[in-house]
Ligand binder design. Structure first.
Ligand code: UDX
Length: 459
């Protein structure tokens, strides 16, 4: 059965959710206060890079099932079901999450409701938020109107957003334990295709649903920092962290995924979510339970400084006057997102130490320029590498893994490559005369380093 749905927020989460709900056959209205974003979406253009989303967006705009508006009144009049998919960024100068946008949806929408409605929160929020919003909702709701608030966290990964929304591992629904209303029935209707596919739906209380999301992200961040801590040990012990990860990953209790050592995690979710989680646990008096997350954060940030150190070592101790090629700016491949990107952060640190930095990323150039306008931006990998003393691969885009070491070797000053994601075939580079260095692995020396234009072998 087709439902009438409004989705508030048209960022990564909201735009994907709106388009995918229309794909499931529902009639959907996407709502945002940013009219420039709405204009793009209405024209069938996704304001960020997300493989496969544009096709879903266009198909559903054409069918008329998907529309966009900036009017809360229109949304209140149109929809029986509302999803909140606005951002919850880190507060400036604090660890806690900024809930302004979530609060504002409730404040603006609820007084406009004219009939019984279910509101599903999807944004990642500190535990206790849904209960607080529910209480506020009951103050704001017009007399005679019945509203239920439930929490339905989203687990989508950038780069796989459509797949993760239409075929998630699980659906989680938190309902008010005192007055659950009919939120579960409504959710079963909205997601009936997913449930028919056998995707499990876990119905919980509000607090558990909120915590499932934060706990999942905390676990993933911990897994990455665990392997990066092993990389630190491997470096001093002369061992290889990639082989170690393969070997421990065969144990199904451990699993190989999210054990890729490198420059660590970034993006709009993991870093801010673990910080908001620590802040919330502190407010609730359980700060000791999450002190390990501070270490997870520390290990993660240390990888960035370690990468800068390795670059400095590779050019003989000082970055002053050196030329560094940086391949990759997005926080991960198949995304143009540069929020808290380890790659850009490293690029910035290297430039601050006096190097000239040339950055290339297949999709994230505009976003990078906007936040780091003083770096040099090249129009291809080859151009970025021209005259470089060190080439660094900091985001594991397919096109970087496929680079030809011989072709790149011709344009650089020194054949030294630092693999910040352990994504390259080191022996292939070494065979082409490069000095290859991954994080948490022994360097592989190949041929002579000072082949070109009389360049000094500083590595
Ligand atoms: C994450 C969660 O995976 C997702 O479930 C949640 O809904 C939102 O946050 P996302 O931010 O899109 O998704 O990225 P993810 O794929 O989790 O990667 C996060 C960061 O960790 C990236 O910077 C990535 O490069 C890094 N990473 C990932 C590693 O360093 N090593 C790994 O093994 C895996």
């Amino acid at each position: 059965m087709s439902c009438r749905i409004a989705v508030f927020g048209t960022g990564y989460l909201g735009a994907t959710h709106a388009a995918c709900m229309a794909e499931l056959g529902h009639e959907v209205l996407g709502v945002d206060v940013d009219v420039s974003k709405l204009a793009k979406l209405e024209a069938g253009e996704v304001p960020f890079y997300e493989p496969g989303l544009e096709e879903v967006l266009k198909r559903n705009l054409e069918s008329g099932r998907l529309r966009f508006t900036s009017s809360y009144r229109e949304a209140a009049d149109f929809a029986d079901i509302h999803f909140i998919g606005v951002g919850t960024p880190q507060r400036k100068g604090e660890y806690a999450a900024d809930l302004t946008y979530v609060d504002s949806v409730i404040e603006q929408l609820v007084p406009l409701l004219t009939r019984s409605t279910t509101i599903f929160g999807k944004s990642t929020v500190p535990v206790g938020t849904a209960q607080r919003l529910g209480a506020r909702m009951r103050q704001l709701v017009p007399a005679g109107v019945d509203v239920d608030l439930a929490w339905n966290p989203e687990f989508l990964r950038e780069g796989f957003a459509v797949q993760d929304t239409l075929h998630p591992d699980r659906l989680v629904l938190g309902v008010d334990s005192v007055d659950p209303g009919n939120a579960e029935d409504i959710a079963r209707l909205v997601y009936s295709d997913l449930l028919d596919e056998g995707i499990p739906l876990l119905v919980t209380d509000l607090a558990t649903a909120e915590l499932v999301k934060t706990a999942a992200n905390a676990f993933l961040a911990t897994k990455i920092s665990f392997i990066n801590a092993m990389a630190e040990v491997c470096e001093v012990a002369g061992a290889d962290v990639s082989v170690l990860a393969d070997a421990i990953g065969h144990d199904v209790r451990i699993g190989r995924r999210f054990l890729n050592a490198g420059i660590g995690f970034g993006g709009g979710c993991l870093p801010k979510d673990i910080r908001a989680f620590m802040a919330r646990a502190g407010e609730l008096g359980a700060d000791e339970a999450l002190t390990f997350l501070r270490e997870v954060d520390n290990i993660n940030m240390r990888r960035r400084t370690r990468m800068v150190e390795l670059t400095r070592e590779a050019v003989g101790g000082s970055l002053l006057g050196s030329r560094i090629a940086i391949l990759g700016a997005a926080f991960k491949p198949d995304s143009d997102d540069v929020r808290d990107s380890p790659a850009l952060n490293i690029a910035g640190q290297i430039q601050l130490q006096g190097a000239s930095v040339n950055v290339f990323d297949p999709k994230a150039m505009d976003n990078s320029r906007a936040i780091f306008p003083t770096l040099n931006y090249a129009s291809s990998s080859l151009e970025a590498c021209e005259g470089a003393d060190v080439v660094m691969v900091l985001t594991e885009w397919r096109e970087f893994k496929d680079l030809d070491p011989v072709e790149i070797g011709i344009v650089v000053r020194n054949r030294t490559i630092l693999d910040g994601r352990n994504c390259l075939d080191g022996s292939r580079w070494a065979n082409a005369g490069w000095r290859y260095r991954g994080l948490g692995r022994r360097p592989i020396e190949g041929g002579r380093d000072d082949h070109a234009e009389g360049g000094s072998a500083r590595a």
